[in-house]
Design a protein around this ligand. Structure first.
Ligand code: CTP
Ligand code: MG
Length: 184
């Protein structure tokens, strides 16, 4: 891998920091805010199968939007303070808040769309669907944030193995700590 491609990969990985935090946030929020722990699909079914299932809640979706926006704002503050500027793909000062909101929302929507397909093929909520479970949020975040800024595609594709492994590591840790039902 050339130095310039490696640099672009690191920039794309840094750019999507809000999406990773958004994806982790439903697990990190745990059992707090129980009033919002309502299934997004409202318990509805489609051809006898749940649309999304009980594990996709408004609490998780909102936690992701908040986490995405907060992380992006911290990156913006860092940029304005001159920190990690070499990793910045965009002028953070020119794009307050919106990319963070879009990455948080996109991560949650990507995850929920994946759950929709899991229910269609009879995979129970919480049971694993390797590769799709690890990359769903990134695809969603990429598509949503592209409304304001589309990160370069080739480095984004090169990020996939890193994101896949990072996600596995987080899930394995969550499983050991008792937050997750499966290790993968
Ligand atoms: N979660 C949530 N709301 C969301 C997304 C996630 O409450 N919109 C919580 C659920 O408790 C879920 C956990 O975060 O069990 C881990 O999320 P994830 O791995 O995405 O869901 P799964 O449990 O694997 O469910 P599914 O089979 O529907 O993907
Ligand atoms: Mg899962």
């Amino acid at each position: 891998m050339s130095i310039t491609l490696l640099h672009s990969v690191l920039q794309v990985l840094y750019f999507f920091l809000p999406a990773y935090l958004a994806n982790m946030s439903p697990v990190l929020v745990g059992r707090r805010f129980s009033a919002l722990a309502i299934p997004i699909d409202g318990g509805q079914t489609l051809r006898g199968k749940r649309i999304l299932g009980d594990h996709k809640t408004w609490r998780g979706l909102l936690a992701g939007i908040v986490a995405g926006a907060l992380t992006f704002e911290l990156q913006r503050l860092a940029y304005e303070a001159g920190v990690a500027r070499g990793l910045a793909l965009i002028d953070y000062s020119a794009h307050p808040l919106l990319p963070g909101l879009l990455m948080g929302l996109g991560a949650g929507v990507g995850d929920a769309v994946k759950s929709f397909f899991k229910r269609r093929i009879d995979i129970e909520p919480g049971a694993s669907w390797p590769v799709f479970d690890q990359l769903d949020f990134f695809l969603g975040a990429y598509l949503f944030v592209s409304l304001v800024y589309a990160p370069p595609l080739l480095p984004a594709l090169a990020c996939l193995p890193v994101i896949f492994l990072g996600n596995l590591a987080f899930n394995a840790a969550g499983y050991r700590l008792g937050f997750k039902e499966t290790w993968i």
